[in-house]
Design a binder for this molecule. Structure first.
Ligand code: MG
Length: 442
């Protein structure tokens, strides 16, 4: 089994990841890259200190200097690597439960390394051909500040003065983790007042689950509904994602949020967009308006990033609200999303809910169904049932009719099917859901 999953190496301490593995990982990263220094950052999980220290020992023993960036969000570490053109290691398990942790490589341009780069590092780990140094040429450990340059880079993408004049009042939820060192500073810089929850560092994540799902943030939602804020933001553990609530405390649909961001970005600059097949046709409407193309990819942030690099795309995104602006960083960043949300609201002079209402009402329903038969059989059954619709197999099976679509994919993590239905017509979605559920249980 390959060591690297879609987002680095992840597992539970002394079950599937060990201190020995962390040491080897540090050695392998130090051996693979020719650079003299490697940046090292971590989140605040209970095991992060341990894993950071063993990775650091591996880097030192392979002859590298280590720049310790401390406890910061993943995108802050990525920006540091990009600005300094050095590779890095991030110790985090993103939005996984607190018993998990993991290792992520950061490439010299700040992005996630490509599959070939990862498999070469993996090869060094398994063959054990590590660089080893003499006692008298051991590198140094120094500390580096990634927070200040991160905030500066974010703010370059927005109109700081216009945002400051609006004097936003926000509710923020830092998930007891990394964004508590950056989001309050970012908001102060942007002249916003805020009330913060889960903004104390605690590796047990006592406040809520680390992934900002509607279920996990239900207490935040009731707080936002009972109080007056211009907007609410909830981060994930390592800060590469953010979800938003409008001024009434209603959750903002990620699919619509990225569309509004795309519209805003395209007003300033033209370029093609990269979105997965799971995003609705709303993004095509926005692209059409600005005379640019949408390139569709399979689902998942790594393939979106790769495609953005390949086609020199302007922006990528996902229906969960993830925004990728490769010129800034070829990866998601909740801090950037937050700054862009404030930029859009302040420059358009409307509440966020009115802005969301102003775009065509494409709805996207996501349903998880048990996988009871061979996936190829299921695909052909659905294809037969909807033979008049246009089919593509970019990821699973997508069937398109005007701007409605059915998408079915096999889950990568459990025996389940992910069904996506999108249309501007609620009735169309309801009928397809009924039909497909019936078809799959027969
Ligand atoms: Mg994350």
């Amino acid at each position: 089994m390959p060591l690297f999953g879609t987002n680095g190496i992840r597992g539970v301490l002394n079950e599937n990841i060990t201190p020995e593995l962390g040491y080897k990982f540090g050695m392998a990263v130090g051996t693979f890259y020719n650079d003299s220094s490697v940046a090292l950052a971590h989140d605040n999980r209970t095991t992060s200190h341990l894993l950071k220290n063993v990775a650091e020992a591996g880097l030192l023993n392979s002859g590298k200097n280590v720049i310790d960036l401390g406890m910061i969000p993943t995108p802050a570490a990525q920006i540091y690597c990009k600005l300094n053109k050095i590779p890095g290691i991030m110790i985090t398990a993103s939005h996984n439960p607190p018993n998990f942790n993991g290792f992520k490589v950061i490439a010299k341009d700040g992005s996630n390394p490509g599959k070939t780069e990862e498999s070469k590092i993996e090869e060094v780990m398994s063959n054990g051909n590590f660089n080893k140094i003499q006692w008298n040429s051991i590198g140094k450990v120094t500390t580096g500040d990634a927070v200040e340059p991160y905030l500066r880079e974010i703010i370059k993408n927005v109109k700081e003065e216009v945002i400051r004049q609006r004097h936003f009042k926000l509710l923020i939820d830092c998930a007891n983790s990394t964004t508590l060192v950056t989001t309050p500073l970012l908001l102060r810089r942007l002249g916003a007042d805020y009330v913060s929850v889960n903004a104390n560092s605690d590796g047990f994540f006592p406040g809520r689950g680390s992934e900002p799902t509607e279920e996990n943030i239900k207490n935040l939602i009731s707080f936002a509904r009972s109080t007056k804020f211009d907007m609410t933001v909830a981060h994930d553990g390592d800060g590469d994602r953010a979800v938003f609530l409008d001024e009434r405390g209603e959750m903002i649909d990620g699919d619509k949020f990225v569309a509004i961001v795309a519209d805003h970005i395209l007003e300033k600059k033209k370029g093609d967009l990269v979105f997965p097949v799971a995003s609705s046709f709303l993004i095509d409407k926005i692209a059409e308006k600005h005379g640019v193309k949408v390139i569709r990819t399979p689902v998942g942030a790594p393939v979106i990033s790769e495609t953005l690099t390949k086609i020199h795309g302007l922006m990528g995104g996902e229906e969960n609200g993830k925004v990728i602006l490769p010129e800034y960083l070829n990866g998601g960043d909740g801090g950037l999303s937050l700054a862009l949300a404030l930029d859009i609201v302040s420059s358009r002079g409307q509440d966020i809910s009115s802005l969301i209402k102003s775009v065509p009402d494409y709805r996207l329903r996501r349903i998880k169904l048990p996988l009871r038969a061979d996936f190829d059989e299921i695909k052909s059954k659905i294809k037969d049932q909807y033979s008049k619709m246009k089919a593509d197999e970019i990821d699973g099976l997508r069937l398109v009719e005007k701007d409605n679509f059915i998408l079915i994919r096999k889950s990568g993590t459990e025996p389940a099917i992910r069904l996506y239905l999108s249309s501007m017509n609620q009735e169309w979605i309801d009928s397809r859901e009924r039909e497909i559920k019936k078809l799959l249980t027969v």
